[in-house]
Structures are given as C-alpha cells and as structure tokens.
Design a protein around this ligand. Structure first.
Ligand SMILES: Nc1ncnc2c1ncn2[C@@H]1O[C@H](COP(=O)(O)OP(=O)(O)O)[C@@H](O)[C@H]1O
Ligand SMILES: [Mg+2]
Length: 327
C-alpha cells in the first residue's frame, strides 16, 4: 500500500525570489492527487522538494517519520527509494532501447540477475502497453509512447509514491485520455500514493481523488476533488474553465484595473457538477484507496463548503439507473 506524505509549512526561495510559502497538505496513502497551477508557480520545484532534491528554507515533508527537508542525508536517500518519478519529457536516454531505459534503475540500484530484470521490465512494459516496442529507440516512437516508457521506468522499483510532472505535456486529447485511464489503472494495480502535476483540465476533472492549486506563491486550496471542482474562488474558476477573464494573466498576475473592467463585462462563472471520476478498466481490481477515501472524506464533510458537500454526497449516493458510482 502507498505511503502517506505530510507537507507542513513548506516555504521555498531561490536567493531573494520566494517561490511559494507556507504550503501544507497531506497526500493520503494510495490516493491520487493533482496539483494545478499556472506555469512558473513552482510546481516542479514542489515535486523536487518532496523528494528532497531541493531544500526549502522552512517546513517539513514527513514520510514514514523521515523529514525530507531536515533529516540526515542518509535517511533521505533511503526514503527516496520509495519514489517513482516521471519527468515532463520522459527523460529517456536517447541512445538506449526502451528496454534498457526501463531496466536502468534496476541495474543501477539493485543486484538482480538479468533474467529477473527481464521479467520485471516486461511486466511494467505490459502495464503501460508497450510490449513489442522494447527494442525501439526513444527517437523512433511517438511522444505518447515516450511518456509511457517514462512511466514504466518509474514503476520498476515498486514505488510506494509516484510523482508525475506534466505527464500530458505534448500529448493530443485522445492520448491524454488514454494516459488518464492508465494512471487510474496503475493506481488500481499497485495502490501507490500518486501526485500528478498538470495543466490539463481533463486529467484534473477525471483522475484525482484530491486536488490543489498553487497560485501567487500560495497553495490556494488542497482537498477532495469536489472542493476545487465546485469552487467559486476566481482564480480556481478561471483556471478550470480556461478563460482569459480572471486574476490569471499572460504574465501570471493582472493589475487591479484590468480585473475590475473584466468583472463588469464577463458573464458570471457557474460551477458545474463535477464529472465522474474514472474507474479502473474492466478486469482490474478495484482501487483500494476508494474505501479509505470515502471514510476520510465523509468525516470531513461538515468542514467543507456547501457546493463541495453536495457534490460529494451525490457521488456517494447509490448508483442511479445509468452508470456506476463515482468515487
Ligand atoms: N534551481 C533553480 N534555481 C533558481 N531558480 C529556480 C530553480 N528552479 C526553478 N527556479 C525558479 O522557480 C520558479 C518556479 O519554477 P517551476 O517549479 O519550474 O515552475 P512550474 O513547474 O510551476 O512551471 C521559476 O521562476 C524558476 O525560474
Ligand atoms: Mg514544471
């Protein structure tokens, strides 16, 4: 089962440039979470801080009692082995076959025999639908296949926590839909805690159990998916509807006069009922996190905004005549 990640009061700066401050959130064990935010808000920096590759100036990241910010480097190094990382561009070695790329962490970090490595690599290639492409070079395949190879590589060390940095970048909508399903299927198969950084609204709307958003050096909110999806907070609503009108501008932040002018002319944003969350593909086990999440979320219901509460209750209501229960 996946491992819980607790982030407390994390603040990060490079020199005098503050990236974000006082970020606190919990990635519940085995659940899928998405972090949204305009470009340059420090989402990649956040992922790197969670695995202890960057050192925030304040705060803690607790995983099994190890603080990825302040614990001794040895403990951080050991804990980092729990992670699988999928980078923005797949980050494959161009001169190596997909097989060798996926096998790389096993050859680097374990003493497994080549026959065992082959078994694990082929199993992971199968999970991401790449069987038959093992001998191809990264340059010979599509962007979507490269992403999936990057994901297979992130999976070979049996991670308990998976971090994906913009797994959809450069993919068309159809391939993004396949990727969304793949992420849910993976979660059903390995029950890892997952954090996905993305701009993609379809992934945000259909994949995660929980969602947060970084904006203006703050975590706007983090919680059950329904909280963000029904939020009337201007920055969240603008981001989720992909509109130009709102606090997010070309240079990230607009001036007050522009905002006021827009507010007089733009139609009001009406949050819609959240789309149902994706279910694992037929034949796969149910996601173990679903039951845990239900208890957790129902327990926090009294503290949630009205619209989120209604959406959650609706999603947990017995299935109607059409479709199943969304979790
Ligand atoms: N190693 C670094 N040194 C200095 N500044 C950095 C470093 N890494 C990222 N930054 C700065 O941090 C900010 C956030 O970057 P990033 O996390 O890549 O944003 P996002 O992933 O949300 O698009 C940017 O202004 C970037 O220039
Ligand atoms: Mg980034």
């Amino acid at each position: 089962m996946g491992t819980e990640v607790v982030v407390e009061g994390l603040t990060m700066s490079f020199g005098t440039q503050n990236i974000w401050q006082d970020v606190s959130l919990t990635l519940p064990a085995g659940e899928v979470s998405v972090m949204l935010g305009p470009s340059g808000t420090g989402k990649t920096v956040f992922l790197k801080s969670v695995i202890g590759l960057l050192k925030p100036e304040r705060g803690r990241v607790l995983i099994n009692g190890v603080d990825m910010v302040n614990s001794p480097e040895r403990e951080i190094y050991e804990t980092r082995k729990l992670f699988g990382l999928m980078f923005q561009d797949g980050a494959l070695f161009g001169s190596m076959s997909l097989f060798d790329n996926v096998a790389f962490p096993l050859r680097e970090h374990t003493r497994k025999k080549e026959s065992e490595i082959r078994r694990i690599v082929m199993e992971r290639m199968d999970m991401v639908g790449l069987v038959g492409a093992e001998q191809k070079l990264p340059g010979e395949i599509s962007g979507g296949m490269r992403k999936r190879a990057g994901l297979a590589r992130a999976l070979v060390l049996d991670p308990q926590i998976i971090l994906c940095d913009e797994p959809d970048s450069g993919l068309d909508p159809v391939r993004t839909a396949y990727l969304s399903q793949l992420l849910i299927d993976l979660n059903a198969q390995i029950d890892a805690t997952m954090l996905i950084v993305t701009h993609n609204l379809d992934i945000a709307a259909t994949v995660p159990d929980n969602m947060g958003m970084l904006f203006r050096r703050r975590l706007v909110t983090f919680g059950p998916r329904e909280v963000l999806l029904t939020s009337d907070e201007p920055v969240v609503a603008q981001f989720l509807s992909g509109r130009r009108e709102g606090p997010i501008g070309m240079s990230e932040e607009k001036d007050a006069a522009t905002l006021a002018r827009e507010q007089r002319t733009a139609p009001a944003y009406a949050p819609r009922t959240p789309a149902p969350q994706l279910e694992p593909s037929p034949g796969l086990p149910p996601r173990a996190a679903v039951q845990r999440r239900r208890e957790r979320v129902l327990g926090m219901l009294p503290r949630l905004p009205e619209a989120a509460r209604a959406a959650i209750l609706q999603s947990y209501a017995p299935a109607g005549p059409i479709g199943g229960t969304a979790s």
